[in-house]
Design a protein around this ligand. Structure first.
Ligand SMILES: Cc1ncc(COP(=O)(O)O)c(C=O)c1O
Length: 319
C-alpha cells in the first residue's frame, strides 16, 4: 500500500508546482461578509487553468512518475474536474491519458477534457460504473490506473492550496472544504495541523451524496446513494486514504442540500463577482446555513471550481 501523505509531501509539492502554477488569489468582499455575518475569505481555485483546484494534484502526480510510468499512459475515472486535472498534467508531461466519465457527465467538462487531448470514454450510470470500466481498461491496456481519492500525491498536491491559505492567514478560526473523495479536505488537515492548529478544518458535502460524511462519522468507509446534481461532490463511497487523514484531524463535517448550494452560488455571483460551480459554492452554503456557528469568525471558504454547465448557469438565473 502507498504511504499516507505528510506535511513534508505538501511542501515538496509546492516546490514542484512553482514552475507550473502561480498561487491563486484569496479575497474578501464586504457585501458577502455582511450577508454571511462573518469575515469570509474566498480562496479562488476557480481561476486555475482547468477551473478547479484539482490541477494541483494532477501536476504533482505526473511530476512524481518515472519516465517508464509516463510512457505506459494513465487511466482514471471522474465526473469532470479530476479528469481535467489529469488530462492537463498528462499533456504537460507528454503522457497518454484516458478518462472514463459517467455516461451523463456534464457536457462542458467532457468537452474540456477532450480539448486537453485526453481520450474520453463515456460509460457507467455513475462513478461506480465508470470506475469498473476504467479498471478493466487499465488492466487490458497495461496502463497506470489512478484512483481519484486513494492516491497520496493527489492529496499532497491539492494540499498546497491550504499552504497558501494558512500562510497568508494563520489566524483563521476555520477553513471550510467541499468534499467528494476527500483529497482536498485531507490536504487541509495535514497543513492546518502544522501551520494553524487552532484553525478548525470543516468538511461539507451534499446531503444527496453523503458517503464521505457518513464514512467519517461511522469510522469506516461506506457506500451511499449518490443523487446530487453537484457533480464535483458526486461520489457514492468513502475513499480509505483521505478518510484516514480526516479521522486524525477533521473538526467537523456538515451536509447541505443541493438547493442550499444553489443559493450560495447565487450569492457568490452577486456579492463576490464569482461564477462558481455547485461544488465551489458548497463551503459558503455551510456558512449560510449555520449563521450561529460562524457568527463573527474569520473563515476561509474554498471556491474549489468554476466549471458550471450552461444548464446549471441557466437554472441559477431562473430561480
Ligand atoms: C470543484 C470541486 N470541488 C470539490 C471537489 C471535491 O474534492 P475531493 O474529491 O478532493 O474531495 C471536487 C471533486 O472533483 C471538485 O471538482
Amino acid at each position: 500500500m502507498e504511504a499516507d501523505p505528510t506535511f513534508a509531501d505538501v511542501l515538496a509539492a509546492r516546490d514542484l508546482l512553482a514552475a507550473h502554477l502561480p498561487p491563486t488569489p484569496m479575497w474578501s468582499y464586504p457585501a458577502l461578509d455582511a450577508a454571511a455575518g462573518a469575515q469570509v475569505y474566498v480562496k479562488h481555485e476557480n481561476v486555475q487553468p482547468v477551473g478547479a483546484f484539482k490541477v494541483r494534484g494532477g501536476l504533482t502526480l505526473l511530476a512524481g512518475l518515472t519516465p517508464a510510468e509516463r510512457a505506459r499512459g494513465l487511466v482514471t475515472y471522474s465526473t469532470g474536474n479530476h479528469a481535467q486535472s489529469i488530462a492537463y498534467a498528462c499533456a504537460a508531461f507528454d503522457a497518454a491519458c484516458t478518462v472514463v466519465m459517467p455516461a451523463a457527465a456534464n457536457p462542458a467538462k467532457v468537452r474540456a477534457v477532450r480539448a486537453l487531448g485526453a481520450t474520453v470514454l463515456l460509460d457507467g450510470a455513475n462513478m461506480a460504473g465508470a470506475q469498473t470500466r476504467a479498471e478493466e481498461y487499465a488492466a487490458a491496456a497495461d496502463r497506470l490506473l489512478v484512483s481519484p481519492g486513494d492516491t497520496a500525491s493527489l492529496v499532497a498536491g491539492v494540499g498546497t492550496a491550504y499552504l497558501e491559505i494558512l500562510t497568508a492567514r494563520p489566524d483563521l478560526d476555520a477553513v471550510i472544504v467541499p468534499v467528494g473523495s476527500g483529497t482536498g479536505a485531507a490536504g487541509a488537515v495535514l497543513v492546518a495541523a502544522e501551520l494553524a492548529p487552532n484553525c478548525r478544518v470543516i468538511a461539507v458535502q451534499s446531503a444527496a451524496a453523503p458517503a464521505a460524511h457518513d464514512s467519517w462519522r461511522s469510522g469506516s468507509c461506506v457506500a451511499r446513494a449518490n443523487t446530487t446534481a453537484v457533480d464535483g461532490l458526486a461520489t457514492g463511497r468513502g475513499f480509505a486514504l483521505p478518510q484516514r487523514v480526516l479521522r486524525a484531524g477533521l473538526a467537523d463535517f456538515h451536509l447541505v442540500t443541493d438547493a442550499e448550494i444553489a443559493a450560495a452560488q447565487r450569492l457568490l455571483a452577486t456579492h463576490a463577482h464569482t461564477l462558481a460551480e455547485g461544488a465551489g459554492a458548497a463551503a459558503l452554503a455551510a456558512v449560510l446555513t449555520r449563521p450561529t456557528e460562524f457568527a463573527g469568525q474569520r473563515i476561509a471558504i474554498v471556491c474549489s471550481g468554476g466549471n458550471a454547465s450552461p444548464a446549471e448557469i441557466a437554472a441559477l438565473g431562473a430561480a
